[in-house]
Write a protein that binds this ligand. Structure first.
Ligand code: SF4
Ligand code: SF4
Length: 435
């Protein structure tokens, strides 16, 4: 693609990076076929190629973003299906990230939207605040239909995501060092995360149990913070960069061989810390090291020897976009589950997003619900006993539309290798024999 940035504009390293990305695009349009918003809406401007043109114009003009451009950028899920499809290696992720920063800096959103984004950006990355907000939201949840009837669709969507059942507390997960059982094989850090640690603490607990049983000492750093992904995708760059620096500092000091992540959305961002902090003279080198050490739990487990196990449950695996497109995990999770004895099925149209995408299901509830319903229809066609996935956002999103238990892959693996049976599937027959 031809670009027309001035020499002065190209002095800015961010603009120079955008220019490089844009020039890789040959406008072939292959990416449109796998873009969820284009598949649903059929509008070129809601396709990756259309958005790339809009971003190019916005950055070249270096003027405040227009309402039309913001509409189509906001509709992008950052699912990155387009990057998997693109034959020219266009780094759409870095381009849309930069576009969001430009929008955040230059566009005046309507007051209510601005307020909602500010509240989400403040509460979600802070587990204590988020826990309190969740408590208040539970009180308002029964009125979500009335609230929707008042035209407050985004608030209604937010309330729909609030878990209906009490969250069982977990002993494992507070900051500290969890010793390896038996012969020590290594030492790893575990990101506790923000939202996940509040609404599904069983995921990190299962991870600690499994890793320590396998001989790994697990460090949960008292200084860690949210990975920054939530605010990064809102264009709130200062907050995301602050969080990235803080995590890099604490994990670098923890002297670990790997940083384990159990929410693939967070993993995609942490693996990008090296790029996010590349211009930071203090943190650039350490950030690159941490990004190289960042491993999704299934990626880490795929690299080590696991004992034999046998299972009898039928599991349908939903590969989160951040898992398949953001981190190119391929079939690692399915292979681990099969090795543990589960019967594993994939989902038709597995490349399409479920509509979760960070705060997308709150900010764009109509599109998110259409994608969720399409995903659920495809999942149901596999007749699963259990659904496994690797991202808390997907678990929450799918749970709003179906009753089948949805677990994190590591919860099933922990059970298969000697851990307790997950609470959500206690009612299902199917045993675990581990050797
Ligand atoms: S597939 Fe890649 S090169 Fe082709 S239009 Fe999409 S982003 Fe551009
Ligand atoms: S990230 Fe997803 S929604 Fe956004 S343009 Fe690419 S494929 Fe479409």
């Amino acid at each position: 693609m031809q670009t027309n940035f001035t020499a002065e504009q190209l002095q800015d390293p961010h603009t120079a990076e955008a220019n490089k990305i844009l020039r890789n695009c040959v406008h072939c349009g292959f990416c449109t076929a796998t873009c969820p918003t284009y598949v649903l809406l059929g509008d070129e401007l809601d396709s990756p190629r259309g958005r790339i043109y809009l971003i190019k114009n916005m950055l070249e003009k270096d003027e405040p973003a227009t309402a039309e451009t913001v509409k189509h950028i906001d509709r992008c899920l950052s699912c990155l299906a387009c990057m998997t499809t693109c034959p020219s290696g266009v780094n759409y992720m870095h381009l849309i990230d930069q576009a969001r920063v430009h929008v955040e800096k230059t566009y005046r959103r309507p007051m209510f939207e601005k307020l909602l984004r500010a509240v989400l950006g403040f509460a979600m990355p802070r587990p204590r605040v988020f826990r309190m907000a969740l408590g208040l939201s539970k009180l308002a949840r029964p009125f979500s239909k009335v609230i929707s009837g008042m035209g407050l669709n985004r608030i209604a969507a937010l309330l729909t995501l609030v878990p209906t059942k009490p969250v069982p507390s977990e002993k494992l997960g507070s900051p500290g060092t969890y010793p390896a059982e038996g012969t020590k094989r290594g030492r790893v850090a575990l990101l506790m995360g923000c939202v996940q640690s509040v609404i599904e603490p069983s995921i990190n607990a299962a991870t600690i149990r499994l890793l320590t049983r396998l001989g790994y000492e697990v460090v949960v750093s008292a200084g860690e913070t949210c990975c920054g992904s939530l605010t990064h995708h809102m264009g709130k760059e200062a907050d995301a960069i602050w969080r990235a620096r803080r995590n890099v500092h604490h994990w670098a000091n923890a002297r670990v061989e790997a940083v384990i992540i159990t929410a693939s959305g967070c993993g995609t961002t942490i693996k990008d810390y090296g790029f996010m902090l590349r211009l930071d003279p203090v943190y650039a080198a350490r950030a690159a090291v941490i990004s190289a050490k960042a491993k999704d739990i299934v990626e880490f487990l795929s690299g080590i020897e696991l004992p034999a196990a046998s299972q009898t449950l039928r599991v349908t695996y939903h590969s989160a976009c951040s898992m398949q497109h953001g981190q190119n995990m391929g079939t690692k999770a399915q292979m681990l589950l099969r090795k543990a004895g589960f019967t594993v099925q994939d989902i038709p149209e597995g490349h399409l997003c479920c509509g979760s995408a960070g705060t997308y299901n709150i900010m764009q509830p109509e599109i998110a619900t259409q994608l969720r319903d399409r995903k659920i229809m495809n999942i149901k066609s596999t007749n699963p006993q259990v659904i496994a996935t690797g991202n808390i956002g997907c678990i929450t999103q799918l749970a709003t539309g179906m009753q089948t238990p949805i677990l994190h892959t590591v919860e099933l693996l922990d059970w298969a290798y000697g851990g307790p049976k997950p609470e959500k599937i206690k009612h299902l027959n199917g045993g675990s024999k581990h050797g």
